[in-house]
Design a protein around this ligand. Structure first.
Ligand SMILES: NC(=O)c1ccc[n+]([C@@H]2O[C@H](COP(=O)([O-])OP(=O)(O)OC[C@H]3O[C@@H](n4cnc5c(N)ncnc54)[C@H](OP(=O)(O)O)[C@@H]3O)[C@@H](O)[C@H]2O)c1
Length: 211
């Protein structure tokens, strides 16, 4: 018998690809929204797949039904028309309808918020993103605003450059500045799944990085 059921959006992407595996190892059941099931390499009994689209409200509803937590690692190419806020809005509406309280999402470390005290180099990096990926950054800010206005137990994790790699377990966390330049997707999965029963970052937007 599993402890909780976790809905995962974006679980086949660079950031999200180890989330399901990590959650299953910790005894959770998993339901993933996928566009193409062939992208799932390891299938397991307590893993359900919903084939659909994150921009389709019915696919989101079907994915998160009977779940206890939603982890959102949806992503798009930086130059694409951004849909981050739209996907997050659809998820939050559906969570309300289903009475689900816990949301864990990811965004980029270049998102700067009130209260941040970024180093010069991180401020410069954020500025470059705002110039070169302006539409994406506006949409990512909108996504954060939507979360801030909700009364759910949300955590939005700010990530540095993501590299392929297994969990090393040496994650640095910081609420006001990015504590490193990169992180493995194995460590991201470890951190995100660890947040399922952790309240410390409720309604917060922490930065994480590998050592
Ligand atoms: N990669 C990095 O270095 C990095 C750094 C900092 C922050 N981030 C943030 O991390 C998040 C994820 O980025 P990523 O690099 O993992 O992106 P990615 O590799 O492109 O993966 C995107 C994920 O979203 C899914 N997806 C995209 N459009 C979808 C749709 N319409 N319906 C259902 N699923 C859809 C993809 O499914 P398919 O398998 O079907 O394509 C995939 O699972 C983004 O918020 C990004 O800004 C990434």
């Amino acid at each position: 018998m599993y402890e909780k059921r976790i809905a995962i959006i974006g679980g086949t992407g660079k950031v999200g690809k180890f989330i399901a595996e990590t959650a299953l190892e910790r005894g959770f059941a998993v339901r993933m929204l996928v566009r193409n099931p062939d992208r799932i390499q390891k299938r397991q009994d307590s893993m359900e797949l919903i084939v659909g689209d994150a921009l389709d409200a019915e696919s989101i509803r079907e994915t998160i039904r009977n779940c206890d937590v939603v982890i959102n690692a949806f992503g798009q190419p930086p130059k694409a028309d951004p849909s981050y806020s739209e996907v997050t809005q659809l998820i939050l509406v559906s969570m309300k309808d289903h009475g689900i309280q816990r949301y864990i999402g990811v965004t980029g470390g270049s998102l700067t918020l009130d209260g941040d005290q970024k180093s010069f180099i991180n401020r410069l990096g954020a500025k470059l993103f705002e110039v070169f990926f302006a539409k994406m950054m506006i949409d990512k800010r909108k996504e954060h605003d939507i979360l801030k206005q909700s009364d759910l137990d949300w955590t939005l994790v700010r990530l540095p450059f993501v590299v392929e790699g297994s969990e090393k377990g040496d994650i640095r966390e910081n609420l006001i500045d990015m504590p490193g330049s990169k992180i493995t997707n194995g460590d991201i999965a470890h951190f995100l799944v660890g947040q399922i029963d952790e309240k410390i970052y409720y309604r917060q937007t922490p930065f994480i990085a590998g050592k």
